[in-house]
Design a binder for this molecule. Structure first.
Ligand code: 1GP
Length: 245
């Protein structure tokens, strides 16, 4: 069974992804986070970043694979973030942008390397949503995010992504954003698509996570909050035990 089927299609369960930014993770901290993730039953690791400066993607993925059986999906910030040791890669098309490089250009460059690496690719409609301050994702992708309160634009963008045959929609307020995506935008997008919805960016506490799951998010992604205090992994696990039964 593919990673996509296993994590996102197989059950109606809500999922939790721990985002590892290789640039910001020290090996010792990563080991501790990996152990905690294993004990807490985390569903999946997303690994990647908008800009990586120290070439530690391979080291990160190797450590996660050595320490756990949790699937590792690359969440690439650019076409260089490809590694055959991962289980899959989110093949992101930035459908909130009008930047052809992020819609198709980088994909053409990456395609032969992905084929050679035999990596499972999960075609994903990636949507950046404004959070009130400029994020690395928005700057590096040279694109405007969808305004925070323009739910209709988000809904129509997600619907178009589904109609184009993308397998997932990922709405992201951007790593370290001041606030998460709103409850109404999450609910309205979920109500208008039949493919799984991933939501991330600015989730710092369980109350926000609960609100987003209730609004319809199928999978939540947390990065920054874990880097500050990884005990939120355990709290997420407790929350998911209640939600998933
Ligand atoms: C960013 O959705 C992820 O791409 C996670 O964001 O680091 O703010 O949790 P945070």
């Amino acid at each position: 069974m593919s990673i996509f089927q296993n994590i996102f299609l197989e059950t109606n369960k809500k999922r939790f992804a721990v985002l590892i930014d290789p640039d910001r993770t020290k090996v010792n901290n990563l080991k501790e986070t990996a152990e905690l993730a294993k004990k807490s039953g985390v569903d999946v690791f997303f690994v990647g970043g908008s800009l990586l400066t120290n070439d530690s993607l391979d080291e990160c993925i190797t450590l996660l694979k050595e320490e756990t059986d949790i699937p590792v999906i690359i969440f690439p910030g650019n076409a260089m973030q490809i590694n055959a040791k991962a289980d899959a890669l989110l093949f992101l098309s930035l459908i909130s942008s009008r930047n052809p490089e992020m819609l198709i250009g980088r994909h053409v460059i990456a395609a032969p390397y992905l084929k050679a690496a035999k990596l499972e690719t999960i075609s994903t409609g990636y949507m950046l949503i404004d959070s009130g301050k400029s994020t690395a994702a928005s700057y590096m992708s040279n694109s405007f995010p969808i305004p925070y309160d323009k739910d209709d634009i988000a809904v129509c963008t997600a619907m178009a992504g589904e109609m184009l045959g993308l397998k997932l929609i990922y709405m992201d307020a951007g790593s370290g954003s001041a606030s998460s995506i709103s409850e109404t935008m999450t609910r309205r997008v979920k109500d208008n698509i039949d493919i799984p919805l991933i939501v991330g960016g600015g989730i710092r506490n369980i109350e926000t996570a609960k609100m987003l799951y209730n609004a319809g998010a199928d999978c939540l992604v947390i990065g920054n909050a874990i880097e500050k205090d990884n005990s939120i992994i355990r709290e997420m696990s407790d929350l998911l035990k209640i939600i998933n039964g």
